[in-house]
Design a protein around this ligand. Structure first.
Ligand SMILES: [Zn+2]
Length: 380
């Protein structure tokens, strides 16, 4: 930029050199909201170069000092490092798999010419869950006992559940036993306060909430027959994927939220709440496909709840349960559905508000930035 001052035949001019510099990180060429364990992260100082070359001094372990080890020595505009269990050295910083590091954030910075400092916080997940190991061993009985001992679900907690005897047949104890038990594994009697239980082999499902009916049924069969909510179950996956107690708890909280969503729809309280309106809009005409649409909205909210739970490991978000990716899909699909809602202004307004609240409650700013993997856009 040239600044000029008119001074007769020879204006006074001065040249102001401006350089815009930014610090960018990438892992496997992606910008990640949460970086994975034991994989290189490349930090790059981007510069227009108008000021010539800089001298760079890096802090890559976030201890506030530069040149604190081989991983920081040498000064270029690009630095690559991985965070893993290995001892710190050239190209690596030690990050131990222990509870204190389950949500590790590093303040990375680089000094340019010892004067100007660029810094940013990056998140790095561990390579596994850390925390309280799950009990219960390998048998369904043992795992069911672990559930029973850990979560205090009963007939009125977390919601007032329905009596299985009211159902359509599918929800009878006998059917529950058929679907989720075996000849050697007897499911506890649901109505005896056993509102969360261990279920056998549910083909890659982690957990689910057992409910039946919908508003369509309420209309067709009378007031006793609408949405009925019986119980939630957990499957083998938490045990087979080395969940901790903390990871199991966040999963159970997810199901508890589903119970509350279904209850609001069932009781229509508050009147014409979004769950009720979704159910009435999609299910009666579209059947199962309509119900799948409802689920997208419900899951956007429950997966956001997991992302907002500060007790759970970053590992759960990127690898353990891929929460960032799942949330991205459910929310984005719901957002697309919102565009298509017609002739139902009440639902359109409430569903938009529902998604706006979700968008505003997302825990990581990068979720809103277009160059990050799994970013999402606000509802239109
Ligand atoms: Zn769910």
């Amino acid at each position: 930029m040239v600044l000029s001052y008119p001074a007769g035949a020879a204006p006074i001019e001065d040249k102001l050199n401006i350089d815009v510099v930014t610090l960018e990180e990438r892992q496997e060429s992606k910008r990640r909201i949460i970086n994975e364990y034991d994989k290189n992260i490349t930090f790059t100082v981007k510069s227009g170069g108008s000021l010539g070359a800089y001298a760079y001094k890096w802090d890559l372990n976030g201890d506030g000092t530069r040149d604190s080890g081989a991983w920081e020595s040498g000064g270029g505009a690009i630095k690559t490092v991985k965070y893993s269990a290995a001892a710190s050295g050239a190209g690596k910083v030690q990050l131990l798999c222990e509870t204190a590091n389950r949500r590790k954030v590093y303040n990375i910075s680089v000094a340019l010419n010892d004067q100007f400092i660029l810094s940013k916080n990056i998140r790095v997940a561990l390579g596994c869950y850390v925390g309280t190991p799950l009990g219960g061993g390998t048998t369904p009985q043992g795992r069911d006992a672990e559930i029973q001992n850990t979560f205090s679900w009963n007939n009125t907690t977390p919601i007032a559940f329905d009596n299985t005897g009211q159902g359509y047949g599918r929800a009878e104890q006998e059917q529950i036993q058929q679907l989720y038990g075996s000849s050697s594994y007897t499911i506890r009697t649901i109505n005896d306060n056993n509102r969360i239980f261990y279920a056998l082999d549910q083909s890659n499902r982690i957990a689910a909430t057992l409910r039946t009916g919908c508003v369509r049924d309420r209309k067709n069969f009378g007031t006793n027959r609408g949405i009925l909510v019986y119980a939630s179950y957990l499957t083998n996956i938490p045990w087979d994927h080395n969940f901790t107690r903390e990871a199991l708890t966040v999963t159970v909280e997810h199901e508890a939220k589903h119970c509350r969503q279904f209850l609001e729809a069932k009781e229509n309280n508050p009147t014409n709440n979004v769950y009720r309106l979704l159910d009435e809009h999609y299910v009666p005409t579209w059947g199962d496909a309509g119900y799948n649409n409802v689920v997208l909205f419900l899951e956007s909210e429950t997966h956001l709840q997991e992302l907002n739970d500060k007790n759970i490991d970053f590992y759960h978000y990127v690898q353990g349960n891929q929460e960032l990716q799942i949330f991205n899909t459910k929310y984005s699909d719901s957002r697309d559905l919102l565009d298509k809602i017609q002739n139902n202004p009440d639902l359109k307004n409430k569903a938009k508000l529902f998604l706006q609240n979700i968008y505003n409650s997302m825990p990581f700013d990068e979720m809103k930035k277009g160059d990050y993997e799994f970013n999402v856009r606000p509802p239109m």
